[in-house]
Design a protein around this ligand. Structure first.
Ligand code: PGA
Length: 256
């Protein structure tokens, strides 16, 4: 695929570190990404890393002046209070986060998160000045049943607060069957889904043209250029491949 989509929004590459790494690993990873990013600046895409909660201040420090922003992997829907083990969006903002991943399929399955809760968390993120990266995506059974578009429509309708624009929300389309499996949808399947998401955002009265729609699920340096060339793909949410500085930066460079 040779045609690159040049939309009105700058591409964004987000590294989702999930529950990986100890303190030194995180510091080394951030320092490596930061060093490569400074060497290749200006980057053709915005780049963000989302480490586990306790690493946030350490990673902020390790990134230093590198052109990389910081995000978190979840937040609570309440502003503050008696919620043992949870973290508020306001604290994340105070720690220097620009965004928070919400409704990831691993949280939907591990913690039984449903669309309504995701929309409440997205509202809390908005109130704290964070951008919510809201994840949607169908299971393999749902795709096989021909229900992928409907499932994602339902997730979008239920998981977003009213009238969002690009500063408030980013959508990450992550088919559950592509996460961590090495399998990806075809370019045609991604094109169809991302166009559908853009149309649904408009139908739901969000500022659709300003909202970035990321693709996630087995993105790596070897397939990023093709995936990022698909119309309406405005970046990537990267899991496993974000744990290697060279591979992760290569994905960001492919976004240009
Ligand atoms: P993966 O994960 O890149 O390892 O497939 C993506 C994600 O879950 O965000």
């Amino acid at each position: 695929m040779t045609t690159k989509w040049r939309g009105t929004v700058r591409p964004l590459i987000v590294g989702n570190w999930k529950m990986n790494g100890l303190v030194d690993d995180g510091r080394d990873l951030a320092a490596g990404i930061g060093r490569l990013a400074r060497a290749r600046a200006p980057l053709p895409a915005d780049v963000m890393v989302c480490p586990p909660f306790p690493l946030l201040p350490i990673i902020a420090d390790a990134l230093g002046e590198a052109p990389i922003s910081l995000g978190a992997q979840d937040c609570h829907q309440a502003d503050r209070g008696a919620h043992t083990g949870d973290v508020s969006a306001r604290l994340l903002a105070d720690l220097g986060c620009a965004a928070v991943i919400l409704g990831h399929s691993e949280r939907r399955s591990d913690h039984h998160e449903v669309d309504l809760l995701v929309s409440e968390k997205a509202a809390a993120a908005r109130a704290a000045g964070l951008t919510a990266i809201v994840c949607v995506g169908e299971s393999e059974a749902e795709r096989d049943a021909g229900a992928a578009l409907d499932v994602v429509s339902r997730q979008l309708a239920g998981s977003l607060p009213a009238q969002c624009g690009g500063a408030e929300v980013i959508i990450a389309y992550e088919p559950v069957w592509a996460i961590g499996t090495g399998r990806t949808p075809t370019a045609e399947q991604i094109h169809a889904m991302h166009s559908h998401i853009r149309a649904e955002l408009a139908r739901l009265r969000h500022a659709a043209a300003t909202i970035r729609i990321l693709y996630g699920g087995s993105v790596r340096a070897g397939n990023a250029a093709d995936l990022l060339s698909v119309p309406n793909v405005n970046g990537a949410l990267v899991g496993g491949a974000s744990l290697d500085p060279e591979g992760f930066l290569a994905i960001a460079l492919d976004a240009g």
